[in-house]
Design a protein around this ligand. Structure first.
Ligand SMILES: N[C@@H](CCC(=O)N[C@@H](CS)C(=O)NCC(=O)O)C(=O)O
Length: 220
């Protein structure tokens, strides 16, 4: 049995980051599904692992880590190959900065939840859509021609933002005409073996057909 246990739930954006990192590094791990719908994350057994009662949490022998960004950073230090944080100081700073910006500006938007599960449409959330598009424009510029967010190297910055942009592109219809760099980067990431093996990308792709959800493509 593997030493590493990942407590997660399919389609959890946060848990996906941990999986992407584990698989990019080729690490063996046991996937322990925490059934959020049955409240397993608020039971004493799981709260002993993460007192916030959230996935992901990672247990590596005696060490327990929760919060997705802490999990991927832990994995990077514990298993440095292949490296996912640049050693060049400038690129390293860019990588850390992007993760911070993502957590502050993009992660809390959760427009997909409002649209897919809350039935909201563009007119209901015009203000939030406008802010998200403005933020995406910034990320389009950060990426430039890439190929990845810190240049040639696929890094934790890509891993942390990938589940979000998968949802923005496939689920919310972020238009390719206005965001060509992000679309090209998304396709590039999806061709990586560690990404191909994640079952949830096919599920996101199915949202491409749900045009009524594509609030980022509709006229304001
Ligand atoms: N900041 C945390 C967020 C974790 C999080 O919100 N996880 C969700 C699943 S995607 C969860 O467990 N939700 C249940 C809850 O908050 O009660 C991280 O990055 O790990």
């Amino acid at each position: 049995m593997s030493e590493i246990k990942l407590y997660a739930l399919p389609f959890s954006n946060n848990a996906m980051r941990a999986q992407l990192c584990l698989d990019e590094k080729g690490l063996a791990y046991e996937y322990v599904q925490v059934d959020l719908f049955k409240g397993a994350h608020k039971q004493p057994e799981f709260l002993a692992i993460n007192p916030r009662g959230q996935v992901p949490a990672l247990v590596d022998g005696e060490i327990t880590v929760y919060e997705s960004v802490a999990v991927v950073q832990y994995l990077e230090l514990r298993h440095p190959n292949p490296p996912l944080i640049p050693s060049d100081p400038k690129r390293m700073a860019t990588c850390v900065r992007l993760i911070g910006e993502f957590n502050q500006k993009l992660d809390p938007t959760n427009i997909f939840g409002s649209v897919k599960f809350g039935g909201k449409r563009r007119a209901d959330i015009e203000d939030r859509v406008g802010k998200l598009l403005a933020e995406c424009r910034l990320w389009e510029g950060y990426l430039g021609k890439g190929p990845y967010f810190v240049g040639e190297m696929y890094s934790l910055a890509d891993i942390v933002v990938l589940p979000f942009f998968a949802v923005a592109i496939d689920g919310l219809g972020l238009p390719v005409c206005d965001f060509p760099n992000l679309h090209a980067w998304y396709e590039r990431c999806k061709s990586r073996p560690s990404v191909v093996k994640q079952p949830w990308f096919a599920a996101f792709a199915a949202d491409k057909a749900n045009l009524d959800q594509h609030v980022l493509a509709q006229p304001g």
